[in-house]
Design a binder for this molecule. Sequence first.
Ligand code: HEC
Ligand code: HEC
Ligand code: HEC
Ligand code: HEC
Ligand code: HEC
Ligand code: HEC
Ligand code: HEC
Ligand code: HEC
Ligand code: HEC
Ligand code: HEC
Length: 314
Amino acid sequence: MDTSTTHRRRSGWRAFAIGTALLATTLGVAAASRSQNAPPQAGPDSYVGDDTCLTCHEGQGYKGTAHGRSANPRTPAAVQGCESCHGAGKAHVDGEGDKTKIVNPKNLGAREASDTCTTCHNRKTHALWDGSQHDSRQVGCVSCHSVHAPVGDKQLKAKDEVTLCGTCHKGMVNKQFRFNHMPVREGKMSCSSCHNVHGSTNVKLLKAGTTIDESCTSCHAEKRGPFLWEHAPVAESCTTCHDAHGSNNDRMLTAKQPFLCQRCHVTSRHPPTVYEGYTLQASQNANKIFGKSCVSCHQQIHGSNAPSGKAFLR
Ligand code: HEC
Ligand code: HEC
Ligand code: HEC
Ligand code: HEC
Ligand code: HEC
Ligand code: HEC
Ligand code: HEC
Ligand code: HEC
Ligand code: HEC
Ligand code: HEC
């Protein structure tokens, strides 16, 4: 677990800095950019601890969820408790629930609210959050997660990933219902098998590698090559021929065969299109189109290691 080790290493001043930055925000003071290095101001006696909060906010606990379970009685309440997200709460309590003296992430901008979370969740799979596609489009942690009223696993706001992503990426989710698709619908995979929505080094928030192909071959290693005989478009991008999310063709192909191949191979010695030769039984190449599948002969379409595999027949 990344966050727990972070806690142990994090010294007290940092928690104070967090509380201060949050308070400054509610008070309308310009918060120091996205840095966590603001000078410490809120002293230890600005915090009251969970038990006090819960006397008035009984229903607002997080018992049973990860944040509750993780609470470590030996660490100050300020580091792991209501106030780690809501900021130091003494002024709010002294003011008998003065709204202006406590942070409600719901009322912050997406990026500021996320900063609350990334004080802890800033390592490993979360290290690349700042400036990532979601972050930069004002989709924040709390757009997808709910601390107090989660609906699905991982404190998601929806019952599962597909439902969650579908609220904004309907088109991608709909592809799951095409004739041929990755086994997401069947529960063998999820969107996060390929994507890290928290940021990545690859394009399109892809989890593995630095190119689309590397992402695909992280699972389909046998397609990785290098091959003795490379098929140029395979080395270029898997998505030239496959739709990563699903299509209405076999094998999630972006077009039916032979049209898929004929997008590029119009001048091959085979009848290049159905209009040339296919219907002319006289053509010696008519059989090359028969059955419509070029890969019934060109079986090693992703590349061949056979010495005589130049035409990907073997
Ligand atoms: C003495 C009772 C009391 C205690 C103790 C208390 N609160 Fe509150 N809190 C309130 C009341 C009352 C409101 C609602 C104020 C309103 O709606 O005007 C409130 C509102 C809030 C809000 C929502 C603010 C908003 O802008 O919507 C948050 C967040 C909150 N409290 C967090 C905490 C935390 C964290 C603690 C412990 C540090 C805490 N409260 C302790 C009484 C209390
Ligand atoms: C991990 C961060 C986190 C912790 C810990 C946390 N909260 Fe919250 N709290 C939030 C967020 C985020 C919201 C905004 C509502 C939302 O998006 O779910 C919120 C909202 C609230 C609200 C306002 C509810 C509303 O409808 O506006 C209250 C009151 C509150 N929290 C009290 C507490 C109390 C009491 C504790 C400790 C028992 C606590 N919170 C611990 C993140 C946290
Ligand atoms: C004070 C540190 C801290 C802060 C701030 C914090 N978290 Fe966490 N969070 C944790 C810890 C510790 C865990 C438990 C890790 C575990 O169980 O693997 C956790 C777990 C989670 C999980 C995983 C839940 C699960 O079931 O696996 C989610 C999602 C999460 N936090 C979201 C948030 C969001 C959203 C915020 C900001 C509103 C936030 N956290 C703020 C410390 C923090
Ligand atoms: C676009 C939706 C979305 C956003 C935005 C988002 N998450 Fe998540 N989060 C997910 C999904 C889906 C999962 C489960 C799949 C996974 O682990 O990647 C998850 C898993 C997690 C987990 C548990 C697994 C882990 O990686 O430790 C934590 C903690 C977490 N998110 C925290 C955060 C924090 C903090 C932010 C903001 C900086 C955030 N999330 C923003 C959707 C989102
Ligand atoms: C609250 C709306 C929202 C939710 C929920 C959401 N996203 Fe996004 N997502 C966006 C926005 C906005 C962008 C930025 C789009 C852009 O730049 O064109 C984005 C970008 C992306 C991108 C990168 C696209 C690119 O061009 O680089 C991927 C991949 C992605 N989201 C996947 C997911 C997945 C997977 C989920 C579910 C776990 C999810 N999103 C949930 C709003 C959302
Ligand atoms: C098998 C891997 C894989 C799975 C599973 C997957 N994606 Fe993708 N996704 C990709 C690849 C590769 C791309 C980039 C190429 C492309 O756009 O087709 C991408 C692109 C995207 C984009 C950006 C599209 C754009 O127009 O730029 C979004 C949004 C997205 N995926 C959302 C999702 C959602 C939501 C799910 C779950 C229903 C999901 N993905 C499941 C591999 C995957
Ligand atoms: C996280 C692992 C993973 C990643 C990444 C991945 N796949 Fe898959 N892929 C699978 C699994 C699992 C299946 C289903 C295999 C089965 O059911 O036998 C599959 C099936 C396929 C199929 C066959 C569909 C069929 O009809 O039999 C194709 C084609 C495919 N993937 C292409 C791709 C491409 C292109 C990419 C990159 C955009 C990719 N995969 C990324 C795991 C992955
Ligand atoms: C030139 C078009 C083309 C490109 C580019 C391409 N494929 Fe394929 N792929 C096909 C065709 C055609 C089939 C169907 C083969 C069959 O039915 O025998 C297929 C089938 C598959 C299958 C399922 C059957 C099997 O052989 O396991 C997987 C998985 C797959 N491709 C992965 C990939 C990956 C990963 C990449 C990128 C490295 C890629 N493909 C690039 C055309 C292509
Ligand atoms: C995006 C364009 C593209 C697509 C789609 C495509 N190819 Fe290719 N293919 C190429 C290129 C470029 C070469 C390399 C040509 C060269 O070296 O002269 C090639 C080479 C070949 C060769 C070896 C040619 C030789 O000279 O020995 C065969 C066989 C082949 N492709 C079959 C297919 C089949 C079958 C399909 C459909 C499943 C297909 N290709 C789809 C672009 C494509
Ligand atoms: C009945 C088996 C068979 C079918 C079906 C077939 N081919 Fe071929 N193809 C071959 C053989 C054998 C060769 C190598 C012998 C030769 O050079 O004629 C070849 C060679 C090629 C070449 C490289 C030589 C050239 O003509 O440029 C390309 C490209 C090619 N095929 C593409 C295709 C495409 C596209 C399809 C589907 C429309 C297809 N093939 C269907 C058997 C077949």
